[in-house]
Design a protein around this ligand. Structure first.
Ligand code: SF4
Length: 455
């Protein structure tokens, strides 16, 4: 998972700050590395590094990045190691100039594509799939225009890819034909912004114009914005986990408010799995909106039992297990007074590995809870994700290897229920737009097929 953004702004002085603030508002999508590229003095200039946006891009950098157009990226690795070489944007020379590419998604056929490119003489500096996209696109530009080169990408890439690309001073945004990862377009004073989520457009006080549709490209050059249909697809397969966990609740993706979706999931969960209890609480922050929905539907009061240390990153997106474990202990602290002697419904958005949930349940029990009833606002994750969320193997997924009652025992809760798949789809449908989703990790049925040896 990653966050991407692109800016076109007639006021060159503002572009670096706009890139910075847009990335800053997408920080929840990745914390491993950050980077920006702008077109300046006839070439593309890039600053990237490991860490948060505020650690990588300094105030003093902004002056050197004045330009009408630029792109930005924040990274959370799903393919390739967590190293500086893999930080994006990737910059590649092409016959028509310099190209910078930032990618959100994951290619399932990247090994095969890489071998083929290496055989043709391409040299890679990193081991991530995103650099492959930069090479294929820039090579193709010697024979085709931008849209033709996006068609080449579409024919070759298998997987998920929302892209922002700089081709000299032209800004290009493209969303794969199934629309796995979100991408939207907004208008700002004297220009445009493209971003993974609408919360970035809001942060720039921009006006949301539209989602980039699956298979659609947006090209911005000399202040003129044009949309192109690059690829047709029969149906969408946007990642349902964007709504369950990943996106910010104040974002609207493909016409669906993430907040409403999560609240509805909580309401459906309360209807499906009621429980006698004193209070409803959440594992902060990602479980909060569903817990509010649960509380509203169950008429049980919502109470905060855990306070999050906001200066610790999201545990789920820490790349190594040891880091995740340390980070849970730093992350939340119980409010004893709200817990002692209470029967608590503890709502979370999902359980991936179960390590965080187990520690938190333990913490709440030690703080004096009489009973802990865990309610999960999504179905069990039974299969890996190959399209950009860090759930790579069945072994690490608790629900792939244990029944619900076994998981309840492992976590140490008095009862455990998950939202059903029907309940999840009903919750999303109630948001007012009927569309299709990738449900691969919940059903083990994926919207794309590829050869086994790529897995
Ligand atoms: S497999 Fe799951 S996490 Fe991955 S894209 Fe599909 S719904 Fe999202």
């Amino acid at each position: 998972m990653c966050g991407i953004t692109a800016i076109y702004c007639e006021n060159e002085e503002l572009t670096p700050s706009l890139l910075y603030y847009s990335l800053f508002s997408l920080q929840h999508r990745g914390q491993e590395s950050a980077g920006i590229s702008v077109f300046k003095n006839g070439t593309i200039k890039t600053k990237k590094g490991l860490g948060l946006v505020s650690e990588v891009i300094k105030n003093s950098d902004l002056k050197n990045f004045e330009s009408k157009c630029g792109i930005g990226h924040i990274r959370y690795s799903t393919s390739g190691s967590s190293s500086l070489e893999n930080a994006q944007p990737f910059v590649v020379k092409s016959k028509v100039g310099t190209v910078a590419v930032a990618h959100n998604g994951n290619l399932v056929n990247h090994l095969r594509l890489r071998k083929a490119l290496e055989a043709e003489g391409s040299i890679f500096v990193a081991d991530s799939d995103s650099e492959i996209i930069a090479h294929i696109f820039s090579k193709s530009l010697s024979r085709k225009d931008v849209i033709g080169s996006l068609e080449v990408l579409t024919n070759l890439l298998i997987g998920s890819y929302s892209l922002v690309i700089l081709v000299n001073d032209t800004v290009v945004a493209y969303r794969d034909p199934l629309g796995f990862r979100p991408l939207c377009l907004g208008e700002i004073e004297n220009g445009y912004v493209v971003a993974s989520e609408s919360c970035a457009i809001d942060a720039l006080e921009g006006k949301f114009l539209c989602d980039v549709k699956p298979g659609e490209a947006v090209v911005i050059k000399n202040g003129e914005m044009e949309k192109f249909k690059v690829a047709e697809s029969k149906e969408e397969a946007s990642c349902v986990f964007e709504y369950i966990y990943f996106a910010r609740p104040d974002s609207i993706i493909d016409g669906i408010s993430v907040y409403d979706a999560r609240k509805n999931m909580g309401e459906e969960l309360a209807r499906e799995s009621p429980v006698e209890a004193d209070v409803v609480s959440a594992i902060p922050d990602s479980g909060v909106t569903a817990a509010i929905g649960f509380s509203m539907a169950s008429k049980l009061p919502y109470t905060e039992c855990l306070i999050k240390n906001r200066y610790v990153g999201r545990t789920f997106i820490m790349p190594k297990q040891e880091l995740r474990e340390v980070s849970v202990r730093l992350k939340v602290n119980p409010i004893h007074k709200n817990i002692e002697g209470k029967r608590i419904v503890l709502v979370d958005d999902s359980i991936v590995r179960g390590t965080t949930s187990k520690k938190i349940v333990d913490m709440i029990k030690k703080a004096g809870a009489k009973e802990v009833h865990m309610r999960i606002a999504s179905p069990p994750i039974i299969s890996p994700c190959y399209f950009g969320i860090d759930m790579k193997s069945r072994e690490e997924l608790i629900a792939a290897n244990h029944s619900v009652s076994e998981i309840a025992k492992i976590l140490g809760v008095d009862s455990l229920s998950y939202l059903s798949l029907d309940g999840l789809l009903k919750a999303l449908k109630r948001c007012g737009r009927n569309k299709s989703y990738c449900l691969g990790c919940l059903t083990a049925k994926y919207p794309l097929s590829w050869s086994e040896d790529e897995k």
